[in-house]
Write a protein that binds this ligand. Sequence first.
Ligand SMILES: [Zn+2]
Ligand SMILES: [Zn+2]
Length: 340
Amino acid sequence: MPFMKAIQVSAPGADFELVQKEIPEPKEHEVLLKVEACGVCHGDAIVKQGHYPGLQYPRTPGHEVVGTIAKLGSESHYWNVGQRVGVGWRGGHCHNCRSCLRGEFWACESPLATGISTDGGYAEYMVARMEVLTLIPDALSSVEAAPLLCAGATTLGALKNSSAKGGDLIAIHGLGGLGHLALQFAVRLGLKTAVISRDKEKEALARMLGAQIFIDANKVNAAEELTKLGGARVIFCTAPNSKAIGELVGGLARNGQLIIITFVNEPMQISPVQLMRGVRSVSGWIGGNAADTLNFSVLTHVLPMVEVFPLEQAAVAFDRMMNAKVHFRAVLKISEGQHE
Ligand SMILES: [Zn+2]
Ligand SMILES: [Zn+2]
């Protein structure tokens, strides 16, 4: 039986272990991917924390996966061996819930989450369901494409589904893995974009990526600054800090939306009066369309800024991501592809 290297977590709270395990066999509606690159996302922390329905151990994390199809399951039509494809957070849908029966697969009530309900891309090989694969355009390397599958799809999806239109003032709270992609997409969509972050280094990066306005939260009250500018049509919260998020509501314009796209575990405090007075709303957003995101990124030349690590250094990459040290997305480069 052939073996592969993989990173796994064997119990909630356990460290990443590098293990040798059997290369999995694709079932009828699955394909086997030879993984080329896998992004390291904040969502991977769920595997360490253990709070997710259906999460079983040991588990290999990773849901920003680019690889080539090495083997097809017996019913995996539509795909061919050798195609380079991506898999994001959505690992499959149930075909049987109210949403699936209406053809709204994206809203499946019992979806599979890649790297959480199934083994993910921190490995030399993984299996994936054929219905969630996305073809990777030749213009992108595997390392560039990987972060677009979760961080990219989430931020572009949140922007396109918000009420912001070209010319509107929007704000992006946080300039990390999600924020630096949200910023680039917002600028390409013609939005007047303010970044709320801290220090001179982040300001320089925000300006380089096209931000018209930088609000240094160490020096000023971000909500007050936005109000002076007329208030933001939408504020996208990408930094996992519920206290800071709650305080931003005051910076929204009338009918403004605060949209949370980051995992935050602590409760938020929001003033009901602030919501009523400006007819403002607070909502969350998850997921997005990977194919649309790859297409938009190629068309408008949006690329993630990445730090690349070998599979063996997954723990280092993960710690740098969790401590907001990585500029801006950590990606594991697992095998050499033809598009590097
Ligand atoms: Zn993610
Ligand atoms: Zn379903």
